[in-house]
Design a protein around this ligand. Structure first.
Ligand code: SF4
Ligand code: SF4
Length: 141
């Protein structure tokens, strides 16, 4: 499991280093799922990585949010609690004002690596953020 998490982190570094121009204006709309109508889906390796980051922050359960925002969005600071380990979708989805999401062909190789890790961990594809990370937290116990 640790090797899978290390590979997921390497994929995150790789996508962050891609020279694809986007101009994020820090409006943080993308963390407000009710506003955007979109919720990130995580493969098993991403979910384990997010769960590990949450545990490292001293939490053992998914934070509760009733306002349609991502549970990882800190209500007090307005910042992502697991920013360094935020899922792939959070690194590749940009609002229209910021230049729009990455095109599939720009990141297809990295998506395929995440899918391979998912299969190796016995996963069955990506699941919606909340349930994917809740399951991963159980697995880390
Ligand atoms: S990509 Fe857009 S919605 Fe997301 S944080 Fe940046 S400005 Fe905000
Ligand atoms: S994981 Fe972090 S960056 Fe991604 S939607 Fe949630 S708060 Fe935003």
């Amino acid at each position: 499991m640790d090797a899978a998490i290390a590979e997921v982190r390497a994929i995150y570094r790789a996508v962050d280093e891609r020279p694809i121009q986007r101009n994020c204006l820090q409006r943080r709309e993308c963390c407000h799922f009710r506003l955007t109508g979109r919720t990130p889906y995580l493969t098993r390796g991403e979910a384990l990585t997010a769960a590990k980051a949450l545990r490292a922050s001293g939490r053992t359960r998914m934070p509760a949010r009733l306002d349609g925002c991502c549970p990882f969005l800190n209500a007090a600071t307005g910042k992502c609690m697991i920013y360094n380990d935020r899922p792939f979708g959070c690194r590749t989805h940009f609002c229209a004002a910021a230049g729009g999401p990455y095109a599939r062909h720009e990141i297809a190789d990295l998506v395929q690596r995440l899918e391979r890790i998912d299969r190796e961990l016995g996963g069955d594809g990506a699941h919606v953020l909340h349930s994917a990370v809740s399951d991963a937290l159980q697995e880390l116990r």
